[in-house]
Design a protein around this ligand. Structure first.
Ligand code: HEM
Length: 147
């Protein structure tokens, strides 16, 4: 059954997995393997976008009430808002990173990389360590237990 716990845990694993890919790509570029860096990041981009689309489909189309309860818990809503402050810019910057990389706009690619990496670290940290692993939702409110 589709539950907020299942959705949040799946997203945590997805963020962890694509972060591993990003680390490999940075290792590749640090060793002069620019083509490999580009290919790994193309996969990183596609997987991250696919996870985002899946999440949006679940939240907005399949079960819109599934997540609405979470915003009723003040503390959880705060964690979600902080997480989104990093995750939304990360998603936008990821597109700019792919574009500038493919266009070989080297200087811009490197400057945006600094901002992107900062946002991504924030997305990773707040997503994996701030959001709870277990969420219990009842009709009126959401209670949660972080593990
Ligand atoms: C976050 C830290 C990143 C750093 C430090 C970085 C750095 C670099 C560097 C140094 C290059 C070689 C071109 C140059 O001399 O500037 C490059 C190329 C490239 N990067 Fe990145 N990058 C990062 C993230 C990304 C991301 C997130 C993407 C895509 C989503 C991406 C896609 C590409 C592509 C497609 C190329 C061209 C590869 C080719 O020439 O075949 N990069 N990057």
């Amino acid at each position: 059954m589709l539950t907020p716990t299942l959705v949040i845990l799946s997203l945590k694993y997805a963020v962890g997995a694509v972060t591993l890919l990003l680390c490999f790509s940075l290792f590749a570029v640090a060793n002069g393997k620019v083509k490999l860096h580009g290919r790994i990041n193309l996969i990183f981009f596609i997987l991250t976008l696919a996870a985002l689309f899946l999440f949006e489909i679940v939240v907005r189309m399949i079960d819109p009430v599934l997540f609405s309860g979470l915003w009723k818990d003040a503390e959880l809503a705060k964690s979600l808002k902080v997480h989104l402050c990093f995750a939304v810019p990360s998603a936008l910057l990821m597109g700019i990173m792919l574009f500038t990389g493919l266009k070989k706009w080297k200087l811009l690619h490197r400057w945006v990389a600094v901002v992107f990496l900062t946002c991504w670290v924030g997305t990773f940290y707040t997503g994996i360590f701030w959001l709870p692993n277990y969420v219990e939702v009842n009709n009126k409110t959401a209670s949660y237990r972080a593990q």
